[in-house]
Design a protein around this ligand. Sequence first.
Ligand SMILES: *[C@@H]1O[C@H](CO)[C@@H](O)[C@H](O)[C@H]1NC(C)=O
Ligand SMILES: *[C@@H]1O[C@H](CO)[C@@H](O)[C@H](O)[C@H]1NC(C)=O
Ligand SMILES: *[C@@H]1O[C@H](CO)[C@@H](O)[C@H](O)[C@H]1NC(C)=O
Ligand SMILES: *[C@@H]1O[C@H](CO)[C@@H](O)[C@H](O)[C@H]1NC(C)=O
Length: 171
Amino acid sequence: MASSPSLPLLLLFLFAAIAIVSSDEPKENMTHLHFYLHVYYGGPNATTVTVVSPPGNSTFGSIGVGNNILKEGPEPSSMLIGRTNDLTAQASIESPSYLYMLNFVFTAGEYNGSSIAIVGREVLGMTSERTIVGGTGMFRMARGYTVSTLISSTGTTELFLVSEYDAYIYH
Ligand SMILES: *[C@@H]1O[C@H](CO)[C@@H](O)[C@H](O)[C@H]1NC(C)=O
Ligand SMILES: *[C@@H]1O[C@H](CO)[C@@H](O)[C@H](O)[C@H]1NC(C)=O
Ligand SMILES: *[C@@H]1O[C@H](CO)[C@@H](O)[C@H](O)[C@H]1NC(C)=O
Ligand SMILES: *[C@@H]1O[C@H](CO)[C@@H](O)[C@H](O)[C@H]1NC(C)=O
């Protein structure tokens, strides 16, 4: 009479199989990046332009496109680490608040060629928290958040704006 395999033996095989599968899973990393976003608005070297100006006096419905500059520090002379491709809409009837869709494309160092995609809100003058919804290259399958604050604004018709960014990226 053939004896059937015992239950403890079956469980042992099952746990061994689970252990093999889970050890194949890559470990998730958390990367914290600290950098500065430089925006030139107006003038011949603008990096952000308003492409839709709504009728009337309200800015509600205005849309902007940006190809802004990511730098290691707040000074214009500091090292370039990437560029953005971004789309911004003033999407609030009362006090202005903006819907931001941004791609940060890194062009230097170990993240050269990698990017993160960010969606979120900005209320002028406030610290903004936005969602990292994905990434490419080193940041494939990314999720996380950015925290950013405008730290300087110079000029009148031609503005130079600098924001400080912290990005917390799980990938
Ligand atoms: C996490 O970082 C380690 C060490 O830098 C690397 O070997 C590994 O591939 C990374 N894992 C993922 C999922 O990026
Ligand atoms: C615009 O960029 C050009 C080329 O880099 C530079 O020569 C010029 O001074 C810049 N103009 C302004 C107003 O910043
Ligand atoms: C736009 O602003 C002007 C000047 O401040 C004002 O006279 C006018 O009534 C405003 N129009 C609307 C639609 O709010
Ligand atoms: C980034 O990568 C591109 C394409 O691989 C290369 O041409 C470029 O020199 C790199 N830049 C830096 C600063 O390493």
